[in-house]
Design a protein around this ligand. Structure first.
Ligand code: TEU
Ligand code: CA
Length: 590
């Protein structure tokens, strides 16, 4: 890997590369009217909190009108606000409040599908309507096995064998139409037909409408699913296709996003973040997010799939080597062109400290180590609400406690079919994997419902809120919360900010089983980051032969350590040193 020059790296400066993003899941952030559901006035109430924390961009999960089959990812009207969350006036006040504090706002853009309650879909059920062709309708096949029989007319199978991401067939039969419509997610989330130019026009106009209201960009939901494979678009019934993965990065994907870019994004300085499903090769990624690509950056799933099995209750063991390999692939893959998004959690993922760290004895240390990782890899860092206080997974005990379709649907199906006998057999896996872990309410204080609501919360509050909460974290100088602030200060407002954002990434001792170390370089500026992913002390060193400078001749100035700046951390010998359990250090090398 040849290091590019300082000038080359800084040529591509952008505000969204230098920003820290904070993700708000409104339903679980802060409730102001006691209905147990977070709302927009609740976010407004916490604007100073966000400002104090020091974040630059808020990504707001969907707040649009929705019957909430998938908590707002099933949109019934793209241009109005969900009643439960408030009004358009509330939303405008939120935007102003953020902008007053120099915080930008990006909105979720969910245009692979709508709700089945969207006016377009309601009309689409009439085959003579102009809206019919807004969705993907296909004839069934003769009974060929698979999902056959009970779902549609007798002796008719769904158009192909695709399984929805939320379990069951990806097609639903509509009696009035006499055909099946595609839904890659829930039945209540019919996929839009992007082959239809009217659909593209509507979406692009809607995007412009929001941008004209003053938002700063979009987080684009499952955006690489828009273009469906030829087996479906060109045939009716579709050609046989069993793998729903075939919907990733379809034939017209680049064209659709290029058009979106040219028509909507190009003339404005906005941030466009694409969520990309599947395991993508670097060429495709660079087509999307490289200098000439339509998007700013992307979310990929490489590292968050490591510990997931095939079913929602199945888990895999991950090792540090797996985790480092998946990040290495992207750090090196987008080193010359393109830009990464660095996240370890979001509303679809279990809590990072429970998953990649240790939520018991070393909760504080490991939460800080993971934060160090997020802020020192090359890319834009993301904080999902609650990570800044080290919130953990929830001790789910019964199916009733879950709210998420992605958990409930497949578990119900498996219980009904007898594939699993008893909930308790899969409890451990669901506790580990379920998206609901991320969705339990934000823990503000140690009061009954953690200060989230005066009413009954829509989903359980983690019982550990008596210890883990914002109030306690802000009061404690050594807390995870204050550590996040220190990281942000380093990244945004220090002598090493440029190297932290733009510096090249180079991994050291790539096969160390406990310690992940890397160097970030920008011209003469060098940072060394060293992280011990273990509950015990680990021995490590900086090998001369792996870097183009001699670390043993250099002085290492400690910038930050999750154990504090004690002698062990400040007085380091590059040839050999030991890291304490979950210890994280950042050095500046001179
Ligand atoms: O997520 C897409 C997606 O891939 C997840 O649903 C994935 O299946 C899950 O993270 C694995 O556990 C986006 C949204 O972020 C998600 O909330 C929506 O449910 C989904 O799209 C449909 O809109
Ligand atoms: Ca409310």
């Amino acid at each position: 890997m040849t290091a590019s020059t300082t000038d080359e790296q800084l040529l591509d400066r952008a505000w969204w590369k230098e920003s820290v993003i904070y993700q708000i899941y409104p339903r679980s952030f802060n409730d102001t009217n006691g209905d147990g559901i977070g709302d927009i006035p609740g976010i407004i109430e916490k604007l100073d909190y966000l400002d104090d924390l020091g974040v630059d961009i808020i990504w707001l999960n969907p707040v649009y009108e929705s019957p909430n089959a998938d908590n707002g990812y099933d949109i019934a009207d793209y241009q109005s606000i969900m009643d439960e969350f408030g009004t358009m006036e509330d939303w405008e006040q939120l935007l102003d409040g953020l902008h007053d504090r120099d915080i930008k706002l990006i909105m979720d853009l969910v245009v692979n599908h709508t709700s089945d309650e969207h006016e377009w879909f309601v009309n689409a059920r009439d085959p003579d309507s102009d809206y019919h062709d807004y969705y993907i309708w296909k004839n069934g096949r003769a009974d060929v096995g698979g999902f056959t029989g009970h779902l549609g007319p007798e002796d008719e199978a769904p158009p192909n064998e695709w399984e929805s991401f939320f379990g069951g067939p990806a097609w639903a039969y509509d009696e009035d139409v006499g055909k099946w419509y595609l839904h890659l997610f829930d039945e209540k989330q019919p996929d839009l037909n992007w082959e239809n130019p009217d659909v593209r026009d509507e979406i692009f106009e809607m995007m412009e409408w929001w941008l004209d209201k003053g938002i700063d960009g979009f987080r684009m939901d499952v955006i690489n699913l828009l273009s469906k494979p030829d087996s479906v678009t060109k045939h009716d019934p579709p050609l046989n296709s069993t793998e729903v993965w075939e919907t990733f990065d379809g034939p017209r994907m680049q064209e659709f996003l290029d058009t979106m870019h040219d028509r909507v994004l190009a003339d404005r300085d906005v941030f466009a973040l694409g969520e990309m499903m599947g395991r993508m090769d670097m060429e495709t990624a660079i087509d999307y997010v490289g200098r000439d690509g339509p998007l700013s950056t992307l979310f990929h799933f490489d590292h968050v799939l490591l510990d997931h099995g095939g079913e929602i209750w199945e888990t895999n063991e991950w090792t540090l080597n797996d985790l480092r390999d998946s990040f290495n692939r992207w750090q090196y893959g987008l080193a010359e062109d393109g830009w990464n998004s660095i996240y370890l959690s979001n509303h679809d993922q279990p809590r990072l400290v429970s998953r990649f760290g240790n939520d018991g004895e070393y909760r504080e240390e490991s939460a800080k180590l993971l934060a160090t990782l997020i802020f020192t890899l090359r890319g834009t860092p993301y904080i999902f609400q609650g990570a800044e206080i080290g919130m953990t997974n929830y001790p789910f005990d019964s199916l009733d406690e879950f709210r998420d379709v992605e958990t409930i649907n497949p578990v119900r199906n498996a219980l009904e079919s007898g594939e699993i006998e008893d909930f308790d057999d899969i409890k451990h896996g669901l506790r580990h994997n379920s998206r609901d872990n991320a969705r339990t309410p934000m823990q503000w204080d140690d009061s009954e419902h953690a200060g989230f609501t005066d009413g009954e919360p829509w989903i359980g509050v983690n019982p550990n809120h008596d210890e883990i909460n914002v109030e306690a974290a802000r009061d404690d100088e050594d807390s995870i919360w204050h550590y996040y602030r220190e990281l942000m200060e380093l990244r945004k407002d220090s002598d090493v900010s440029d190297v932290m954002v733009y510096g090249d990434y180079e991994v050291l001792i790539n096969d160390h089983e406990e310690v992940w170390s890397y160097v970030r370089t920008l011209g003469d500026e060098r940072l060394l980051v060293t992280l011990n992913f273990a509950e015990f002390e680990s021995h490590t060193w900086i090998p001369e032969y792996e870097v183009d400078f001699n670390p043993h001749d250099m002085e290492a100035e400690l910038l930050l350590c999750n154990y504090g700046a004690d002698e062990r951390a400040t007085d380091v010998d590059a040839e050999a040193f030991d890291l304490r359990p979950w210890e994280a250090r950042i050095y500046r090398l001179k």
